[in-house]
Design a protein around this ligand. Structure first.
Ligand code: GCW
Length: 716
């Protein structure tokens, strides 16, 4: 009884202690001591000794993670053995453990894709054992992280029968990092790759980067910007990339590089980069040989060609297929792949930019070598707060298409605004293309279900930098996390991922989970509403893309806002119907007809596909103008609602992270009003209609907003 009282007192004291300050460096791998003391004790007994079978660097990584994680969460020393010796936790492969082999799991494991795993309660002899098994050590590492996640999120560990298999073979981060350590569209400091000090100096951060990625199943990283520098293909830089590859290898992560198409000229001393030229082909083979000598498991090349000034095969009147295949041939003997981007559009081509990638690539279906994937952005323009899905998905059955999502928030408030992107990702992945009847989602194109792609892949443009918390905004971490989780399992919901992340990153307390899930789940729609409601797009400020810029005009129409919103006294919106640019024709039926019809088109895409008069009647009964005003105002007001949600968690989390987010939310509120006022005043010139009663009037005039120029915005 006395002991019980003491324990009770202890618990009270512990919970009354202030929450310790955290700087966010640990991401979702914080491994806090389990709050429930009883569970902690019993798990300490169960997992105090562990068997991790096998011998490899990956097995060592598993052991290190367990030492750290179990040690912290269970507040005890952890003893890890190489062989099973009646421990209650067994991790390994049938090849490394006779016990695992004898459990008859071969069929189950063989049915999984590479690096899939199972977590099961089994009996070995008379012993109840929690088993994590895979056919590969990396799979066992993934399973280990899964178990740790279950513990971090307070899940029950009995009766487990978990079977996990990744939905995409390659799950890749794209770093738009330059060799001088600036990061294009990077808002979290400089590049974490210190090219100058590599290969001799390895930061501990590189290992933590690998751990974080492995914990969510990411298995590839493109180290360099798609606006590429050919230098990275020289021996000096290959050595540097090789040093990173060595750090990442135990965590199952392959290194990729961007290949500048004109490299044969720039570093090869040739006069041409024509992909059909024999010397050029030889150059690429030589580069590939050099790389594989130093990085035997090198993943391959990512290429941006004939796009925004990057050189490409068009310079030599060759097709994208001819360009990609030359690189693919060089990589093929080594097992590498080419990820060739479909983000191409030309200012010389006078057609709607949204049409160009499809027009360029669909005729090339079937013409790419087997180790080429086409990497397609989620929407046909460019990572806008909302876009319909890219019509290439589903239109190239003979060519593996991979997704490119943007994790960094180029158009969604950089590292200043809180925007949880999983709702954007899932909206896109779950869109039904109907190409093979109902249920033909974009996700099923990507994961190979529909066209049986021999390679499947998904990429996300990273938001990582040297900031102590990696992503600038604490909630930027949730986007990295969500990308990885969806890359592994495209059937997860944005909400369940949010909850997982909150539990691991902030707290398991429902006073935190509930308001923060709500806030995260609404945040993207709120961001759409105060920037580009009802299908508006590309109306942000020039070059840095942070603030509003509906007034942007310029020499190159497809880089201006006026081209995209097309506002005049007659109305607003981009006519992409059959009477306009006919972009609708690139979508399969019934989507083509749905998008083409002003009545059927979802209102979230209305001004993407239609040009409509200001008094057009919306489903709400409001005029288009009033609806637009309503969206801008509710969007901006909702940031205050987010602030209230966040304020409510103050008692439950540490001061440092609380204040960090609180300050950023206040900036976001002010910026949202800036967006709202700018856009409403700008469009009002054309609608000539009043801001309806009940909405406060903008405090400044349009001229004020047009003159508001930010200087030195990072990430350009
Ligand atoms: O979104 C645009 C960006 C460019 C980027 C380009 C691309 C890397 O504004 O900064 O360049 O897309 O995806 O290639």
């Amino acid at each position: 009884m006395k002991r019980f009282k003491l324990l009770f007192l202890f618990v009270v004291i512990i919970s009354a202690l202030p929450v310790v300050a955290e700087d966010g460096y640990d991401l979702w791998l914080r491994y806090k001591p389990l709050e429930d003391v009883r569970t902690q004790r019993s798990l300490a007994k169960q997992f105090g000794t562990v068997a991790v079978t096998g011998q490899s660097e990956t097995v060592n990584a598993i052991k290190q993670e367990l030492q750290l994680a179990l040690g912290e969460m269970l507040a005890t020393d952890i003893i890890i053995d190489n062989i099973w010796n009646s421990q209650s936790l067994l991790i390994g492969t049938p090849a490394s453990s006779t016990q695992i082999e004898s459990l008859g799991l071969a069929e189950k494991l063989n049915n999984l894709a590479a690096d899939g795993y199972i977590i099961q309660n089994v009996r070995i002899g008379r012993k109840d054992v929690l088993l994590i098994a895979s056919n590969s050590d990396v799979g066992a590492l993934y399973g280990t992280f899964h178990l740790l996640r279950l513990m971090q999120t307070n899940q029950e560990l009995s009766d487990l029968d978990i079977v996990e298999t990744p939905k995409h073979m390659q799950r890749i981060l794209n770093h738009w990092d330059n060799l001088d350590r600036t990061v294009e569209r990077g808002y979290a400091g400089f590049s974490i790759w210190d090219w100058h000090k590599l290969p001799r100096y390895i930061y501990p951060q590189y290992i933590d980067y690998a751990r974080a990625n492995a914990s969510i199943g990411i298995n590839g990283t493109v180290l360099t910007n798609v606006n590429a520098n050919a230098l990275v293909l020289t021996d000096e830089y290959i050595d540097k990339a090789a040093a990173l590859a060595d750090v990442f290898r135990p965590y199952g992560i392959k290194v990729y590089l961007t290949a500048r198409f004109s490299a044969p000229i720039e570093i090869g001393g040739l006069e041409t980069a024509d992909p059909l030229n024999e010397e050029v082909k030889e150059f690429w083979k030589q580069i590939a040989n050099n790389i594989y000598k130093k990085i035997p498991d090198f993943g391959g090349f990512l290429v941006k060609a004939d796009s925004e000034g990057q050189p490409g095969p068009h310079n030599y009147k060759r097709t994208h297929a001819e360009g990609a295949n030359t690189l693919a041939e060089a990589l093929e003997p080594h097992g590498g792949i080419v990820m060739w981007r479909a983000f191409v559009y030309s200012h010389e081509v006078p057609v709607d930019r949204a049409l160009q990638a499809y027009n360029e690539f669909v005729p090339l279906d079937g013409k790419f070598n087997d180790n080429v994937l086409i990497q397609v952005k989620n929407g046909p323009i460019d990572f806008q707060p909302r876009e319909p899905y890219h019509p290439l998905f589903g239109a190239m059955p003979k060519t593996p298409l991979m997704m490119e999502f943007q994790i960094t928030q180029e158009y969604l408030g950089h590292a200043t605004h809180l925007t949880y992107l999983a709702p954007l990702y899932t909206e896109n992945l779950n869109t039904d293309t109907h190409i093979q009847g109902e249920g033909s989602t974009v996700a099923k194109v990507l994961d190979g279900t529909l066209h049986n792609y021999p390679i499947t892949a998904i990429a996300g443009v990273a938001n990582i930098g040297t900031d102590r918390n990696w992503t600038g905004h604490l909630f930027g971490q949730s986007n990295w996390y969500a990308f990885g989780r969806l890359a592994w399992d495209n059937s997860l919901s944005a909400e369940e991922i949010a909850e997982e992340w909150i539990r691991m990153t902030l707290s398991n307390d429902k006073s935190v989970i509930e308001p923060v899930v709500e806030m995260m789940m609404e945040s993207r729609e709120i961001g759409v509403n105060y920037r580009t409601p009802i299908g508006l797009h590309h109306i942000m400020a020039e070059s840095h893309h942070y603030g509003p810029g509906p007034w942007v005009t310029g020499r190159r129409p497809d880089w201006t806002s006026v081209y995209y919103h097309n506002a005049s006294e007659n109305g607003v919106g981009f006519d992409r119907t059959v009477n306009g640019s006919n972009a609708v024709s690139q979508y399969p039926e019934p989507l083509r007809s749905i998008y083409n019809s002003v009545d059927d088109c979802p209102e979230k895409f209305l001004l993407w596909f239609h040009h409509l008069p200001w008094d057009y009647e919306m489903k709400s009964g409001r005029t288009l103008w009033n609806e637009m005003v309503y969206k801008y105002y509710t969007g901006a007001d909702s940031v205050t609602w987010m602030q209230e949600k966040w304020n409510s968690v103050e008692p439950f989390i540490d001061d440092q992270r609380f204040k960090h987010v609180k300050q950023l939310l206040e900036m976001q509120r002010q910026d949202a009003i800036w967006w709202r006022n700018s856009c409403v005043l700008y469009f009002q010139q054309f609608s000539k209609m009043p801001i309806p009663d009940g909405f406060e009037k903008p405090e400044n005039n349009l001229e004020y907003y047009e003159n508001k120029q930010l200087k030195f915005v990072p990430g350009i």
